[in-house]
Design a protein around this ligand. Structure first.
Ligand code: GRF
Length: 201
């Protein structure tokens, strides 16, 4: 069975959905390590409650990103991790790390990429006046929210939507879409051709 790690910096509600999907058999891989750059991230509490090993580091303790990434890579190697799932992880990974796990790192973003990348995707979409937004799951490359797109789903933007109300609906899509994309990777059904991802039946 494949093994994976989830990286999270915050609440970790996606992590929660992933843990549930593993338990329910919707993801047929083992979640062996949760990594966080924030010691008070609720994601760590979720890992602890689920009995999953976790590793927390403080970026301030390191001179450069590669210094903590080397430690993470070592831990991932020891745990036999095959792929990585970013779920609200707020640190940009360096080319050093991405090269080691090329096409083995997934991310989820609460907007329809390539529109509205970055940490303010929901706000930017609302301010952009879009009628539809959505969720994107993509492979991670060297740039922020820019790798080949795996799955997307759309959500109508309502006239009285606030950032919170739209995000609440987008979260519900995320909890469904992310486990689905993860399972496609587990089953080796994702074929990356340039910027495009084909789903093999
Ligand atoms: C999600 O909206 C995800 O799309 C974005 O960060 C948020 C993480 O939320 N990358 P949570 O920590 O999983 O609740």
């Amino acid at each position: 069975m494949k093994k994976f790690s989830v990286f999270a910096s915050g609440n970790g509600s996606n992590l929660g959905a992933i843990i549930d999907a593993v338990r329910a058999g919707g993801i047929s891989a083992e979640l062996v390590l949760v990594v966080s750059d924030k010691k008070d991230a609720y994601a760590l509490k979720r890992a602890e409650n689920a009995g999953i090993e976790f590793f927390c580091f403080d970026p301030k303790d390191y001179n450069q990103k590669e210094d903590y990434e080397r430690i993470i890579v070592e831990k991932l190697g020891k745990k036999g991790v095959d792929f990585i799932v970013l779920a609200g992880f707020m640190k940009v990974l360096t080319p050093y790390f991405i090269n080691i796990y090329r096409n083995k790192i997934l991310n989820i973003h609460p907007a329809l990429l390539p529109s509205f990348p970055g940490g303010r995707g929901v706000r930017d979409a609302l301010q952009g006046g879009v009628k539809f937004s959505g969720v994107t799951v993509h492979f991670v490359d060297e740039k922020v929210d820019s790798g080949p797109i795996i799955l997307q789903d759309i959500e109508s933007v309502l006239e009285d939507d606030t950032e919170d109300s739209l995000l609440e609906r987008l979260h519900k899509i995320e909890y469904r879409l992310y486990p689905k994309a993860i399972q496609l990777l587990v089953e080796d059904r994702l074929l990356v051709e340039g910027r495009c991802v084909k789903i093999i039946n």
